[in-house]
Design a protein around this ligand. Structure first.
Ligand code: AMP
Length: 421
């Protein structure tokens, strides 16, 4: 137990943390280009927020939340996603009083009691954006194009963007009835989950992964055929804007979210080579969510991208940048008594903003050179008894193999000059 982390959690080790930084930097850069600003909300919230904000009939709320009672007897939940928390923060901090839409992004860990497998973890990380306070189709197109731009900038190809409209509380009830009619005589053959969805949330039968349910869902009526005029013209607007921006997409009538506060646009980006966990991004409009959370009716749209899955995709396409552990200088004291001077030199080199390290284990000269090469180090600054006595350092250029005795006072200048060559 003590030497194994909980199931579904992973350590991000030094040999891969650089990949995370690379991807996260790209996310920040794209958000800067699209004028989205970072929001950081707590990792835990009142359970009630997720019951309302995600919906009590969803798998997340029914089966996957990490919920506990704290010492003050409050029910607390580790966030399983971040949209509800961003909406809570928008209301609590009166972001609605600022420029609208509020354009926000977040990067951070989420927690779901899921069945762990490749691409599915119990603690995983999402990058997400939320645009709250704009209702036209242009903001839908913006949010979608941000996700596409990020994945393309990372170099991923073979991406498929699926879009759909899930209607609104005006047109969806008509569709629900049509769906229930369609599934009525197939009900006994559906999986137990879908049997209970039939009454509560029949649209979710369409995205059930069970093979029998998939089979029985063939030929089901499409939401797109039941959209009210407003939803229809919104959907047409989104398609037109995406086309204008040169973003290719496929309409997928089975892309659904069954809850009332999810409205109009729903979208997903898949990277097929990931197999079962091919969804890298999921998002959509939630015009009813802010009111559901206690605010004035306010439209919103957002998405979340799974960072682990993006990294898996980048690894598959060999797009991860080479690790950078290189340093500028390795300070090599030849003898324990030289350590204080070596440490003094190391400190000065670091203050000059060079990347530097030194030997702390009294290694032999040969072992220190080997150690320096592992980083690799561009220069090694050797200090033995002779150098110490003369206030000098033997500076070795590891690329050329040449070395020269330099005054300690000149060392940093010599290194900087050597690096410019
Ligand atoms: P969702 O919040 O369920 O719409 O998920 C959005 C994205 O987060 C998905 O497309 C995945 O890329 C990622 N994701 C969701 N659940 C997990 C999980 N358990 N482990 C890893 N990534 C996940």
């Amino acid at each position: 137990m003590l030497t194994t982390g909980p199931r579904g959690t992973r350590d991000i080790l030094p040999d891969s943390s650089g990949y995370w930084q690379y991807v996260e930097n790209m996310m920040r850069e794209v958000c800067r280009n699209f004028a989205y600003q970072e929001i950081r909300t707590p990792i835990f919230e009142h359970t009630e927020l997720f019951l309302r904000g995600i919906g009590e009939t969803t798998d997340i709320v029914e089966k996957e939340m990490y919920t506990f009672t704290d010492r003050g007897k409050r029910s607390i939940t580790l966030r399983p996603e971040n949209t509800a928390a961003v909406v809570r923060s928008y209301l609590e901090n009166k972001l609605y009083a600022g420029p609208q839409p509020a354009k926000l992004f977040y990067i951070g860990p989420m927690f779901r009691y899921d069945r762990p497998q490749a691409g599915r973890y119990r603690q995983f990380h999402q990058f997400g954006v939320e645009a709250i306070g704009a209702q036209g189709p242009a903001v839908d197109a913006e949010v979608i194009s941000l996700a596409v731009e990020l994945l393309q900038r990372l170099g991923l190809t073979d991406l498929n963007l699926f879009v759909n409209s899930v209607g609104c509380p005006v047109c969806r009830p008509v569709y629900r009835l049509k769906l229930q009619e369609f599934f009525r005589d197939k009900l006994a053959q559906l999986c137990p989950d879908c049997q209970s969805r039939y009454e509560r949330n029949p649209m979710r039968i369409l995205d059930c992964k069970n093979e029998t349910c998939t089979h029985h869902a063939q030929g089901a009526p499409h939401m797109a055929d039941c959209l009210c005029d407003e939803c229809n013209s919104h959907f047409n607007g989104v398609k037109e804007l995406l086309t204008a921006a040169g973003i290719s997409f496929v309409i997928n009538p089975r892309l659904v979210r069954g809850l009332d506060y999810y409205t109009k646009t729903a979208f997903e980006i898949q990277y097929a080579p990931l197999g079962a966990q091919s969804a890298v991004c999921g998002g959509g409009r939630y015009d009813g969510l802010v009111a559901e959370c206690g605010g004035q009716p306010t439209p919103g749209i957002g998405f979340a991208i799974g960072i682990e899955r993006v990294l898996l995709a980048l690894e598959k396409q060999e797009l991860l940048p080479p690790a950078n552990t290189a340093i500028d200088v390795f300070v090599a004291p030849l003898g324990a008594e030289i350590q204080p001077v070596a440490f003094q030199i190391l400190t000065a080199v670091r203050q000059a903003k060079l990347a530097a390290d030194m030997d702390y284990n009294n290694r032999s000269l040969k072992a220190q050179m080997k150690y320096a090469n592992k980083y690799p180090a561009k220069f090694v600054a050797l200090i033995g008894q002779d150098e110490l006595a003369e206030n000098k350092v033997m500076l070795k250029n590891m690329a050329t193999g040449s070395q020269e005795l330099v005054d300690r006072a000149d060392l940093i200048q010599m290194i900087i000059k050597g690096m410019e060559k």
